[in-house]
Design a protein around this ligand. Structure first.
Ligand code: ADP
Ligand code: MG
Length: 286
């Protein structure tokens, strides 16, 4: 009877767009205490838009876009889109380098330039007025990147990635079952907290380098089983480390391969459904 119940259970969930790839997942679900979410593309829509440019906006945007032409980061896509809309010219860049969790660097017009967060500004002095502008934008849930040329900061670009309309309901359903919800992200603390507040997430772990996401999952595993929900290339190790890895169907191939459960409809509310269905199926076959 055991395999039949499993087939019936997983067949029903598959029709709902919830693919359960193995029995191990079903077994772990009963004991899940914490659900950890990636931010970009999982809690948020994943299509960031440029909202503010501080400084000489044409110059700031065209230098930033010249650099970001070589990057595939969602922030790069947003900056390129805005520069194109403004009809700005882009200069080819040389010696492009992506610095994980920080930003990008290259030579533009024979001068070194960069776009990225404050971790990239090793020795540069940020004026108090620029710091104040940055803080204000971050509290509006906007990610702020600095644009620099030579040894000067020439401006700021603020980029907003709105939460998915379903994220708040998805989180509150999990919390109603007594589960702890956590957001894990490489983005800055202030921005991440502002987004977490919008959707009701219990705890934020920000400024996490892509290679450290799996270690963060292990920390939470000290207080019970963990489900991790993500979509990106850099989420794959966390998805495999978690007791229950849940990948968004819209995610990268490697994320989908690493998840024990795949949400085909990309509806975050299906995290709750997937956990409930798995529990029912497991308790039937036990
Ligand atoms: P997430 O977990 O949100 O996907 P990432 O680790 O990809 O975060 O990026 C973390 C931070 O590094 C970004 O919020 C940004 O400040 C900076 N960053 C990374 N790549 C770029 C880029 N191409 N251009 C500008 N900033 C970048
Ligand atoms: Mg992501």
């Amino acid at each position: 009877a055991t395999p039949t119940a499993l087939m019936v259970g997983t067949g029903r969930s598959a029709r709902m767009g919830i693919l359960i790839k193995n029995g191990e997942v079903l077994e772990a679900v009963n004991d899940v205490k914490t659900v950890i979410f990636d931010k970009t593309g999982t809690i948020t829509v994943g299509k960031p838009q440029v909202t503010d440019v501080i400084g000489n906006s044409d110059k700031v945007l065209s230098i930033a876009a010249s650099l970001e032409q070589s990057s595939e980061h969602p922030l790069a896509t947003a900056i390129l889109k805005k520069a194109k809309e403004a009809g700005l010219e882009m200069t080819p860049s040389q010696n492009f380098k992506a610095i994980e969790g920080k930003g990008v660097q290259a030579d533009v017009d024979g001068e070194s330039a960069f776009v990225g967060n404050d971790k990239l500004l090793t020795d540069m002095k940020v004026s108090d007025s620029l710091k104040a502008k940055m803080t204000t934008l971050q509290h509006q849930a906007k990610t702020v990147v600095f644009v620099g040329q030579g040894d000067q900061i020439i401006g700021l670009i603020a980029i907003q990635d709105a939460p998915k309309p379903t994220s708040e309901d998805a989180i509150s359903a999990l919390k109603s079952k007594g589960l702890k919800t956590v957001m894990l992200t490489g983005d800055n603390q202030a921005v991440s907290q502002a987004i977490a507040d919008q959707v009701g997430i219990d705890q934020v772990v920000a400024d996490v380098l892509p290679g450290d996401k799996a270690d963060q999952v292990k920390k939470f595993q000290q207080s019970g089983k963990v489900a991790f929900v993500g979509d990106g290339i850099n989420d794959a190790p966390a998805l495999s480390t978690a007791d229950v890895g849940i990948a968004m169907g819209s995610g990268t191939d490697i994320a989908i391969e690493s998840g024990g459960i795949v949400l085909v409809k990309n509806d975050l509310r299906d995290v709750y459904k997937a956990l409930e269905l798995s529990k029912k199926t497991f308790n039937r076959i036990k």
